[in-house]
Ligand binder design. Structure first.
Ligand code: KG4
Ligand code: ZN
Length: 364
């Protein structure tokens, strides 16, 4: 069944539309309202429960989404001055269909489908990674098409060529861990809680990035690899920093290792961050050279990293590129990016059937 109605058809050719969007792909429950391309509200509820487990526990994440989704949607409506008792202003419901944790995605998907059915409004299925890219179109200044986007999150690391708000292709991606995982796994090796990325960022600001040299992987083309870096850091710490060749054989005692980490935490974090940032930006420079595209964006949770942001802006300055980074609240997972993507899909008439399901993995 195609969920379209007369309201949909009459609005398709105009720029006017109010979109209610839901994001629940991982451990943030979020709802947002976008009207005519402007974000009116973007409410995000995080899930503290995972900290004690050192990573996201899927079952606990879906339960927390169930608890959070109604209050989060109410808060987003209220902030946008839309009465919970009169949703007639809403023209369409957008939701994250994929990729993500299936149990988490299902909560947002079912909520969106039920609301679309109850309000008799069209449904818009959004690809989470495409939405990270389109977050760059939320505020001015905006990139011109085509633009390049380095999308760096907890589950993905991609270089994307974006031709229009609804057309993009991946030209490079990680062959193993994502950049966010590299941050989080390094932090775990240092005994820091999940998610460790923001903590590495915090300690790195106080340290010397040149103190320890971690290897840069040699991966052909525009693809990335981070698993070798993780192993190098593991061996480095097992040797309590006494070896720069990352030998597996010699192991420091746990006390020696912990003492080394405590005494050098800032420099270790700065050196790890420096290497992750150089791996990312060296590939991005290569993508600029190959494509000749000069409008370049960052996206995804790792684009909140201050070392990456600074180095990215510096790269733009020295290479004469136009650089763009979404506002902080649109970098990590949020429904604002789903709402703006939903808005452009609405204008393009790209609606989903009510039988649509969530999928953990998805093609572009
Ligand atoms: O995009 P995102 O919120 O969720 C996914 O779609 O995965 O990205 C989450 C990732 C986590 O790995 C987290 O550690 C990382 O983004 N992250 C950071 C920072 N803030 C979030 N990594 C480094 N520095 C940060 N400031
Ligand atoms: Zn994300």
């Amino acid at each position: 069944m195609q969920n379209s109605n007369s309201k949909t058809n009459s609005l398709k050719s105009s720029d006017h539309a109010t979109i209610l969007a839901i994001e629940s792909s991982c451990d943030e429950t979020s709802a947002a309202i976008c009207r005519d391309g402007k974000i009116l509200s973007n409410v995000i509820a995080g899930q503290k429960i995972h900290e004690q487990y050192g990573g996201v526990v899927p079952e606990l994440a879906s339960r927390a989404h169930m608890q959070n989704i109604v209050p989060v949607v109410h808060a987003a409506l209220e902030k946008a001055n839309i009465s919970v008792h009169d949703l007639s202003d809403i023209d369409a419901i957008a939701f994250t269909q994929s990729p993500g944790l299936i149990g988490s995605l299902l909560v947002g998907t079912q909520f969106a489908k039920s609301l679309a059915l109850a309000l008799d409004r069209p449904l818009i299925a959004v690809h989470h990674m495409q939405a990270h890219v389109i977050a760059n179109l939320i505020d001015d200044p905006r990139p011109s098409f085509p633009f390049l986007c380095l999308t760096v999150s907890g589950g993905h690391t991609q270089i994307v060529v974006c031709e229009s708000p609804t057309q993009m292709k991946v030209i490079g991606e990680t062959i193993d861990d994502a950049a966010g995982e590299a941050f989080d796994k390094s932090a775990k090796l240092l005994g820091l809680p999940y998610p460790g990325g923001p903590l590495i960022d915090k300690y790195a600001a106080l340290g010397n990035p040149m103190r320890f040299k971690f290897p840069e992987p040699q991966v052909p083309g525009l693809d990335f690899s981070f698993s070798g870096l993780k192993t190098a850091i593991l061996y480095f710490l097992q040797n309590a920093g006494t070896s720069q060749v990352y030998k597996e054989e010699f192991k420091a005692t746990t006390e020696e290792k912990n003492k080394f980490i405590t005494e050098n935490l800032n420099d270790i974090c700065a050196s790890i961050q420096h290497r992750i940032v150089s791996i990312l930006l060296n590939k991005l420079k290569k993508a600029v050279a190959i494509t000749g595209i000069h409008d370049v964006c960052l996206a995804g949770g790792v684009s909140a990293n201050s070392g990456l942001r600074t180095a990215f802006i510096e790269m733009g300055r020295t290479q004469n590129l136009n650089t763009f980074i979404p506002a902080f609240e649109y970098c990590t997972d949020n429904a604002g990016m789903i709402a703006i993507t939903g808005y452009y899909k609405y204008l393009a008439g790209q609606f989903a059937d009510l039988s649509v399901g969530a999928t953990a993995r998805a093609e572009w």
